[in-house]
Design a protein around this ligand. Sequence first.
Ligand code: ZN
Ligand code: ZN
Length: 452
Amino acid sequence: MFTGHGVGTRFGPTWFQLAYTARWYRGAKTSDRDILPLQADRIQPMTANYIALAIPAFFVLILVEWIVARRMDLAVYRLNDAVTDLACGMGQQAVAIFGKLVILGAYASLYANATLVVFEAGSWWPWVIAFFGVDLMYYWWHRASHEVAFLWAIHAVHHQSEDYNLAVALRQAWFSGLSSLPFYLPLALLGVPLHVFATVAAFSTLYQFWIHTETIGRLGPIEWVLNTASHHRVHHGRNPRYLDRNYAATLIIWDRLFGSFQIEDERPLYGVIKPYRSWNPVWANFDVWLELWKKARRTPRWLDRLRLWFASPGWTPPGVAAPAVHNVESEPRIRYRTETPLPVGLYVLTQFPIATLALVVLMVHSGTIGPAWSLIVAVLIVMAGVVWGGLFEAKRWAVPLEIARLAVVAAIAAYLASTGSIPWQIAAAVGIAGAGFAVAALRLNAVRRPDS
Ligand SMILES: [Zn+2]
Ligand SMILES: [Zn+2]
């Protein structure tokens, strides 16, 4: 698709290669086949495909979990919370289209120029080193993400949901990829080529999907070695005894080894200490940054103002009033909730598969459609998530923003038809569907909640 004029530009020869100048390559230590896929249009599908391929399975399993939970009399899903989780994940994948170029570029450059070991083609060693290395480095990145304030500002997104279900697994933070890069770079020095690292890292992410559920109980001896749903429920708990515990990705042995292990011995209460009371999937990534900024401004000593970003997230600098400590045991917190009128729910549920499809197309084809078009599609997907959150919160700007978004989609379809990139029938269908959605969105104004 998108093969007409002006659309077929590739990432490669332009800004991507700034990351690796050809000159640096000439002095490269290895002529490994990893050098070849360094063009972005090859790198991107290579790593995006595992996650993109898994998306249908995610939705099937979410449906299965929803049914099983209902049979167990567990109310684990709320539409607005789950949609916000998924919108966070969609935004993260859209941002990752660009972030990955930097991350994988840095990794591959380091491997090509500075690796200490070059294994023979077909050797199993890189896979073994990658499996344990990615898992160990994930542990330390994750631990730092909870114990260092600015890293927590990035990671907090994953913990904001006050529910616990498979959708929470997909509630990923925009900048996690960047913050974890320095932790993974040593693997390039240890002789793990890019394709091995990217594959193992993708499967580590996929493994962590199933552990986000309340429907799976304790699992006996498996819990000695593997991270399980029970172990990870502890990680998401804000009960005092559960804070900063169980950082593992796949192997729980790291927590047992480094003293951060906690067994699930009381019912976890989910969410972050300072609740995120919004369904906005974009602001979720900046909420804690703003809090830190405000705290820094109230801090009298300038050295403390700097220290604040690297200290524990709970640190209160001298001269700043300590926040009231919320006691989760004595005062149960009411979860953030809003009522979703049926038309709003139906509207979001109709838009959702379309946005998901657009994301999958973007993940698979970003290398072919070029950075400019990738950016436009990414912004439209992220905007969809913002609109859904706005509709759930009955914000006044939600419907106008949605109308503007639909108008841009229709204009793009008309432009692509005029250049011959897509058949006019498709453009006409997009225009008619867009008009239909616009009418439906305008009617949502009438169902605005009385308490908004
Ligand atoms: Zn965490
Ligand atoms: Zn989690």
